[in-house]
Design a protein around this ligand. Structure first.
Ligand SMILES: [Zn+2]
Length: 289
């Protein structure tokens, strides 16, 4: 087999020497994902989309009908994400004859489930041209990562989860961004539940910002005001541990005996929470017993 170079265009006969299981987009060889075939055209069986053309791809998992599951192929992809090994990437080019463009060896950097408007559950993978190591070496690492998560927000079906490959960095970066501080300023450094303001010294105060749907990782929350509360450390802890949640009238709800139960959470007029993050917290994080 000749050594492939990124940009090479292969005819079917040659393509199948590399991607041997031509029936599926994910070809597994000896337990590892060897190659991936994607299709961003309207002919595609699955909705594969560029997040950033030539660099970052939102890729559909395996499974044509009904909900996609963590079957052999999709599980192998997720394993590839954790093992961080490179995978040959090919694009289907429609025409007569069909051809396949080789993009080089790419990396699975994220995986998650997404319910589509049709109600179908799809497994999505974020596939990146860049390995983690290169990003680390990059001087503008923060910029690259923030840009990547920005790009993710612009994908047509509102994929807003940052790749969890970058989770640690994103958490660090995002927590340092202006956004949380801006919101603290808006609330004059007071807790939205108890209205307390803790002095740090004679002219500074201490307050925390809680991300209702936690950032990154399996929760994949976003760093937006619609996902934030300004809280004192006590109320922040109660939220983190799922002791308290948010009711339909924006009041504190809890299945435990806590002082703030039933208390209306104070909101500035221009600060609106995304109902989806409240729902997420109340269903995934809130403890019910
Ligand atoms: Zn408080």
């Amino acid at each position: 087999m000749k050594k492939l170079l990124p940009g090479d265009i292969l005819y079917f006969e040659e393509f199948k020497k590399y991607h041997k299981n031509i029936r599926v987009g994910i070809y597994i060889k000896k337990g590892h994902v060897y190659s991936i075939r994607f299709d961003t055209s309207e002919h595609g069986e699955y909705p594969d989309r560029w997040i950033r053309k030539g660099e970052l791809l939102d890729y559909s998992g395996q499974g044509k009908k009904g909900d996609q599951t963590w079957n052999l192929y999709n599980s192998a992809m997720r394993k590839a994400q954790y093992e961080e090994y490179p995978i040959k990437l090919f694009e289907t080019l429609h025409g007569n004859p069909m051809r396949y463009k080789y993009y080089g060896e790419w990396y699975v950097i994220n995986s998650y489930e997404k319910i589509f408007p049709s109600g179908q559950k799809l497994i999505r993978f974020t596939i990146s041209k860049f390995p983690k190591e290169d990003l680390k070496k990059c001087e503008n690492e923060k910029e690259v990562i923030l840009k990547l998560s920005d790009d993710l927000k612009n994908v047509s079906y509102d994929i807003i989860e940052p790749p969890n490959r970058y989770k640690a960095t994103i958490n660090r970066v995002i927590r340092d961004t202006q956004k949380a501080n801006q919101l603290k300023e808006v609330y004059n450094w007071t807790c939205q539940i108890c209205n307390q303001r803790l002095p740090r010294n004679s002219n500074e105060y201490y307050v925390e910002v809680h991300h209702i749907q936690p950032l990154g990782g399996k929760h994949n929350g976003v760093d937006e005001f619609s996902n934030m509360l300004v809280l004192c450390p006590n109320h922040h802890a109660l939220f983190d541990y799922g002791v308290i949640g948010i009711g339909s009238n924006l009041e504190v709800i809890s299945y435990f005996d806590v002082d703030c139960k039933g208390k209306k959470i104070y909101f500035r007029e221009d600060h609106k929470l995304d109902p989806a993050v409240i729902d997420y917290h109340n269903h995934v994080i809130l403890q019910t017993s």
